[in-house]
Structures are given as C-alpha cells and as structure tokens.
Write a protein that binds this ligand. Structure first.
Ligand SMILES: Cc1ncc(COP(=O)(O)O)c(C=O)c1O
Length: 315
C-alpha cells in the first residue's frame, strides 16, 4: 500500500514538516503501545473536499484517550478545525486523515508517569482499502483462528494502537492463506468484526450486525449504515451472530472508514448468497457513495467542507 508524503503534519496545535514529525525510540508508546488514533476520510465532492463525520471521529478520539486516562488537550471543536486546516494546507482533494495521541518520551516504566501527551494529525492520499474490484464484485474472506480480546482485557470501545497487534495477526493470517481479510470471533465464539472493519449480515431481508459488546469497535461507518438502512426502510437489528450464519446468509458485507462498504462473496471458501454483491448491499453502497460524493443530499450533515469559511461549514 503506497504511503505518499504530504507537506505538513499538525503537532500540538502547530504545523510542522512531514519529515520533522519524529518521536524518540524510548517514547512510552514504542514499548507499551500507549497511543489512541482515528482514521477519517475526506472525499472529493462537487463542492470541494469534505470530511466525513469529522465531529463523530474527533469525539471517539477523545473517548478512546479518556478510557486510558489521557485527556487530549484539545476540544472536539479544535480538532475538527485542525482536520479541515490540514486538508487545506496540504491542498488535498481527497485523503485519509490520521489523528494520533500518544505518550511520548519521559518514562521508562509501564506507569506513564512523566511521559508527555503528544497529539499529531497527518493525512495522505489513500485509495480503496480492499480494492476497486472488491467494492463491485465482493471479496473472499476467512474466519480467523485469532479471536478479539475478551472484554475485560483490552477495551474495544477505544481505538487503541495496542488493539491493532491483534488486528495484524488476523490480517496476516488471512493474506498468508490467500484471503483479502479475516473475520474475528469474540471470546465466546460469536462473530465480532474484521481486522479493521465492522461486519453486517443480511438474512431474509433484515440487516443484522453484532452489538458492540461482542468486542467490536463502535464504528462510525457502522452507525452510518444503520442510519441509511432506517432511511431506506430496510429492517436493521443489532444481534449476536453465530459463525455459521455467515455461510447461510443471503449477503454479508464489511464497513469502515478504510473499507467503506465492501461486499463479501465468500467466507472460508463457502459462497455467500449468489457469490457476488447482493441487492441490499448495493442499495446501501449507492446511498453511502452518493452522500460521500455529494451527489445525494447530505440529510444528516455528515460532511464538513474544507473550503467553506469557518462557521459556514455544515458541521
Ligand atoms: C477494528 C475496527 N473495527 C471497525 C472499524 C470501522 O470503524 P469506522 O467506521 O469508524 O472507521 C475500524 C476502522 O477504524 C477498525 O479498525
């Protein structure tokens, strides 16, 4: 996956050069994984670049940090503005935005003690996470032998860097075995989520997704999909999902900032439905991409426009 440089990165309220955004090898985060982060997409629209659900992402960012007793020294409003300014300053039309808050250099032990809190926001150009072809025809995935962490181990409501050691195991196992992505079960063997996506199943016209308590991240795209289903009068329910339901479902799809809405055409080499994108997934995709491209009305004010004067941006 390419990782093209941009000009500037935001650091603790100031813009610095991309190459100057460095931390010490003994920063607390390097040994102990003490970072919380976000992933946000900025879409190219007819009215210029627009950040999808900027406010919700920045609220989750602060929530993730709060769970780990880190108070981000910037408000949601400050961070919301910083994201828009970053897009403008780097002259991006569309991009992926990565806010990170971490414990820096200043403590050698597990107790973070004197380690300073550093906040960064970077952005770069990023294409389709699971491929263009996958969006249309679906992807082949497996159920991972790695489970999500039990609820009383690593909190899954926090988007913490440490959780992504587990995600890496899931993803590497999947790709090693020839799949695009892996689906993790929770500690009780119920469907949780992908290594970097939430998951939905369609059974007899009803859209189902596991509750957050099945060790899934409270995805912002997941929330958007639920809202879109309600808007389109498609029944949608949060429900515990046994593994085998993945095989007999009419449709299965992933969603997330990176994966957007990606159909799944097989699980463990078992064909899902007719083995291609299903009609309900297609309807949800059309609505999602319509809103994010600006071609359909943004009725929930999910977009904030980088080029709109401050205060005029929709959200
Ligand atoms: C583990 C995991 N689950 C779900 C998601 C989807 O969340 P969102 O839609 O907020 O990007 C992501 C991506 O951030 C993720 O990393």
């Amino acid at each position: 996956m390419s990782f093209p440089k941009t000009d500037k990165i935001w650091h603790n309220g100031k813009f610095i050069d991309w190459d100057d955004a460095k931390i010490h090898v003994l920063a607390h985060v390097v040994s102990y994984g003490s970072a919380l982060f976000e992933g946000i997409r900025c879409y190219k629209t007819t009215q210029g670049p627009a950040i999808f659900r900027n406010r919700e992402h920045m609220q989750r960012f602060r929530n993730s940090a709060h769970i780990y007793r880190i108070e981000v020294p910037f408000t949601v409003e400050d961070l919301w503005e910083a994201n828009l300014e970053l897009v403008r300053i780097n002259k991006m039309q569309s991009c992926y935005i990565r806010p990170i808050v971490l414990r820096g250099y200043g403590s050698g032990g597990v107790d973070p003690g004197g380690a300073p809190i550093e906040t960064y926001i970077a952005c770069w150009e990023w294409g389709r996470y699971l491929g263009d072809e996958g969006l249309k025809n679906g992807v082949d995935v497996c159920v991972s032998s790695w489970h999500r962490s039990a609820p009383n181990t690593l909190p899954q409501m926090a988007k913490a860097a440490a959780n992504y050691m587990n995600s890496q195991l899931i993803r590497m196992e999947a790709t090693t075995n020839g799949y695009i992505e892996g689906i993790a079960l929770d500690t009780n063997g119920y469907v949780s989520e992908g290594s970097g996506e939430n998951i939905f199943v369609v059974m007899d016209g009803t859209v189902l997704t596991p509750p957050i308590a099945n060790s899934a991240l409270p995805g912002i795209t997941r929330n958007a999909v639920i809202t879109i289903c309600r808007d389109l009068d498609i029944p949608v329910v949060e429900q515990v999902i046994p593994r085998e339901m993945l095989y007999i479902a009419n449709e299965v799809f992933f969603c997330g900032t990176a994966a957007e809405v990606t159909p799944i055409r097989s699980v463990d080499r078992i064909k899902v439905g007719n083995g291609s994108r299903g009609p309900i997934t297609k309807r949800i995709q059309e609505e999602f991409f319509g809103i994010t491209s600006g071609s359909k009305p943004d009725r929930h004010t999910w977009l904030s426009y980088a080029n709109a004067p401050t205060g005029v941006a929709v959200r």
